[in-house]
Design a protein around this ligand. Sequence first.
Ligand SMILES: CCCCCCCCCC/C=C\C/C=C/C(=O)SCCNC(=O)CCNC(=O)[C@H](O)C(C)(C)COP(=O)(O)OP(=O)(O)OC[C@H]1O[C@@H](n2cnc3c(N)ncnc32)[C@H](O)[C@@H]1OP(=O)(O)O
Ligand SMILES: Cc1cc2nc3c(=O)[nH]c(=O)nc-3n(C[C@H](O)[C@H](O)[C@H](O)COP(=O)(O)OP(=O)(O)OC[C@H]3O[C@@H](n4cnc5c(N)ncnc54)[C@H](O)[C@@H]3O)c2cc1C
Length: 645
Amino acid sequence: MAAQIYSGEKYASRRREISANLAKRPEFHDSKPLPFMTREEKILESSRKLTLISKHMNEIIDPSDKRELYHLNCEVLGIEGNPMALHGDMFIPALTAQASDEQQEKWLSRALRREIIGTYAQTELGHGTNLRKLETIATYDVDTQEFVLHTPQITALKWWPGNLGKSSNYAVVVALMIIKGKNYGPQTFMVPLRDEKTHQPLKGITIGDIGPKLAYNIVDNGFLGFDHYRIPRTNLLMRHTRVEPDGTFVKPPHAKINYSAMVHVRSYMITGQAIMLAYALTIATRYSSVRRQGQIDTTQPEVKVLEYQTQQHRLFPSIARAYAFVFAGAETVRLYERVLQEVETGNVSLMADLHALTSGLKSVVTHQTAQGIEQARMACGGHGYSQASYISEIFGVAVGGCTYEGENLVMLQQLARYLVKSAGLVQAGQSSKLGPLVAYLGAKSDSTSLIDRTPTPGFAEYVKTFQHIARKQTLKAAQKLFGFMEKGDTREVAWNKSTVELNRASRLHTRLYIVEAFVRRVEEVADPRLKEVLTDLLRLHVNYELLDVAAYALEDGFLSSSQLDYIREQLYFYLAKIRPNAVSLVDSWEFSDRELRSVLGRRDGNVYENLFAWAKASPLNKTDVLPSVDKYLKPLMESARASKL
Ligand SMILES: CCCCCCCCCC/C=C\C/C=C/C(=O)SCCNC(=O)CCNC(=O)[C@H](O)C(C)(C)COP(=O)(O)OP(=O)(O)OC[C@H]1O[C@@H](n2cnc3c(N)ncnc32)[C@H](O)[C@@H]1OP(=O)(O)O
Ligand SMILES: Cc1cc2nc3c(=O)[nH]c(=O)nc-3n(C[C@H](O)[C@H](O)[C@H](O)COP(=O)(O)OP(=O)(O)OC[C@H]3O[C@@H](n4cnc5c(N)ncnc54)[C@H](O)[C@@H]3O)c2cc1C
């Protein structure tokens, strides 16, 4: 099963080897539990381990293999980030996709060798979503052939970029490029921030950390201001866009080609989110198979809480989603790598499809992941609320994905633009022009769903039902938009009046895609035992997801209430059928205890002993009497006692 999750036996077994190797190297392990450390201690500890990784990486992994590096980072550094997180996640991808060969020789090679540390500085105090209204400006000075970076007002301060505050000495900065008074929109520049020897900020740079956040606090998200700060013309990233010495602008082959670092993260983060969801479910499912509370049969001992149907309903659909997301994530990464290669040859034809797909997936997956993690926390009762479970940290890190790389409701609209165009083609009788991701929009629905109308409905009946729902909602939302426009609204006003419906269409389209990705993967599985378990999980998934969106199919009679009853019964049947395999389904992700960092979710199942040992190690228990008691509580009690006398 691990080979299914990790797209092949090779990487699955490499993960095991890497974990086993690390188990023998105590210097790579957390020196104490992360929840017992201050933010400063965590950053120090993470930097220590980062240095070890840089020194010994070649003994443990193939550093050219992104997935091996990712696993090494998960084991050693964990999810709370590290001082070079953005260096790998965005700085290197931005240089790879946007720097010219010459620029890559100068900077990318140094970045890869970790001679310099960089980040991606785009968002500002006043603007994150609307990139065209960023306020940092890069004005070209023809005389000196330099760009002058400037922060004209407080809202123009860069704000949020990861590792900008304290760790990075370079950044790929996004600024509005002005040449001879003309605004050429957001462009990307390579900008030195700190002296390479002293790490002091360079003259003209104001820089620092933005303070603690909900989670992800090892990362020093930062602020950055420029005071007429000059960089050479050749620091504009010029793989696709160029500015000649005389200020002539040479257009890229696609207007949004400079957004590639964002698309990179959106493509990879689907897998990252699946893994965080699986972390939380591993913890909660293991704990639920140890925790005993209450009885189902009063003549029998107390049961494991995993026997309760409500507990299964709380956890198993999310287990199915974690599988579905990791399968969909593997597809987005493949498409991203393909598009990256094609763009190199000047073919930008798939950029719009990739953007639409990743915008929808990023939004739906992060939202459902956060929901699933929070349910997993609640499924652990009181102990879920303790940081010993580590689920609150997993939640905090994962839920950030709803905001970063494009606020979810905004990114759903990006997909909606693509769907509306596709609906326009259908309306114009040009369905043959629809791309493969939206070809279903041009098909005709059956009059009713065939679920429960054939002896054993296959996945095709479910897929058709999801298609019907997504098609109906897309065409309806587009019609709403077109209707407002016909009545005289501008497109923008009409769009704003239709966005709740448009975003619904985007979610339904994306959920259909996720179901299809799951079906595609299960169809490929050859081993019959594995296929049976995955088929059960897929059946749970399609029934659960369909129930969740059934209102759309009930309202036009595509599904009847008796079919809905059938779907509910199927759901309950598969909850029970999956129960014996539930622990194996989470164990198949093969997370080591070190990677999971959860006292509650350890493989040994000794929950109570482990919790007690953890509590005893809490910094508050170092002394029996705290200074706060000596200083305040004792005098308070003493004076209360004295006044009573
Ligand atoms: C196993 C591995 C696991 C790895 C896990 C990795 C986890 C990493 C964790 C890192 C943590 C945090 C990092 C966070 C980083 C950041 O957040 S960086 C900042 C991100 N910011 C955003 O995402 C901003 C969102 N806003 C936008 O993207 C744009 O403003 C928006 C797209 C909303 C609009 O852009 P405009 O330029 O204003 O667009 P407009 O002129 O209206 O044109 C729209 C038009 O353009 C098309 N378009 C937009 N983007 C793209 C694109 N990227 N590719 C192709 N086409 C694009 C869009 O479809 C429209 O086309 P149309 O034809 O006109 O409809
Ligand atoms: C953990 C974390 C890490 C980050 N790392 C980085 C980084 O490394 N580099 C970097 O540059 N940035 C980074 N960011 C910033 C992040 O990319 C932005 O916060 C994000 O893109 C959202 O933009 P915003 O903050 O401007 O939200 P806003 O756009 O202000 O959103 C506020 C609300 O307005 C709504 N809204 C906005 N526009 C529209 C619209 N057109 N239609 C309808 N509703 C709208 C949103 O849906 C939301 O409800 C990070 C953020 C976080 C939380």
